[in-house]
Design a protein. Structure first.
Length: 95
């Protein structure tokens, strides 16, 4: 799992000059420059993935979810939830 902050050359004033990328063995996410730290980027990543998982498990629409490039099956949702649970444990362990 990697969390990267890139400075980019925007094509116009409507495009941020910084972008966060969270990537690895899990679905990737791009976040805008309103995110202030790598830890916040991971927390938002987890929220986005949990939202997708919850909607798949409860058979709700994925229209408002961040687009996750895997089949929205119950099995895939459970596997993703397990990985996100582990990610949260590693990044946010309070011991």
């Amino acid at each position: 799992m990697g969390v990267f902050l890139f400075e980019i050359e925007p094509i116009n004033n409507d495009v941020d000059d910084f972008v966060w990328v969270v990537a690895g063995y899990l679905p990737f996410v791009y976040l805008d420059k309103s995110v202030t730290s790598a830890q916040e980027a991971v927390a938002i990543y987890c929220q986005l993935m949990y939202d997708w998982v919850d909607n798949v498990i409860n058979q709700n629409s994925l229209e408002a979810c961040f687009p996750v490039p895997i089949e929205p099956t119950f099995e895939n949702a459970q596997l993703l939830k397990l990985r996100i649970d582990i990610l949260k444990e590693v990044f946010f362990d309070e011991d």
